[in-house]
Design a protein around this ligand. Sequence first.
Ligand code: ADP
Length: 265
Amino acid sequence: MRLNVKNVAFKYASTPVLEDICMEVAPSEVISICGPNGAGKSTLLRCINRILEPTKGSILLDGLEIRSMSMSETARHIGYVPQANSNVFPLTVFDMVLMGRRPHLGWRGSDVDIEKVVEVLRLMKLEDLAMRDHNELSGGQRQKVLIARALAQEPEVLLLDEPTSNLDIKHQLEVMEIVRGLVAKKKISVIMAVHDLNLASRYSDKVILMMNGRVVNAGRGVLTPENIRKVYEVEVEVINNNAGGPYIVPIKRVGPTSYKIRGRS
Ligand code: ADP
């Protein structure tokens, strides 16, 4: 499925947060949205998932305006993993993941739905936690459960808001490899907001750099020292290696509030 975001703008009350956002995501593509805190990454994902309605512009799935679809039709195409995961009521991991089947369910779940949940729990290596209360898990385990719930939904477009923020480095790589594996196998598209530029560099096909609610750079090879400096006010070194995309090493802050790290020029 091809997703097009055309000239999207969004305001919270009267404060503009997104301006003239355009992007296109093809099947089997992983796009990372990077940019400093407050750039508008989460807001953009929430507009694509229809939690928020853009004040201008359009979002199309295979040429069809998503706002012309019912919410459950949208949910059959687009899965969303939010950043925060505060849960209010006790629920087993199994039931939590089963909730992801909601857009497909009739008035009761079928064997197919149960099989899907089992398959996803296995994929995410969560079988041992299936009967545990979701509230009792670590932040990282919960993050994997939320991803599992979105995968159970079998979306064609998967939106991930900081999917690895609670994960240790081993689980960061594991989750990213699962995502890439799904993209290869099921030809889904993934749009993820990520802080870690090295994960973005290694696991995405294209990067969108945002600042102040606008797209500043988009495409392959945009994680250059110049672009990163402009957006983050940080000087970095970009090192090409053989283990995936180039590796980004922060050197120092620049700009009006920069200070010298002792011992460095
Ligand atoms: P990012 O994900 O890039 O950190 P966000 O999309 O969360 O950025 O936020 C973009 C801007 O919108 C920020 O200035 C933030 O303060 C503002 N914002 C986010 N959520 C709300 C809200 N519910 N009400 C008002 N302003 C908000």
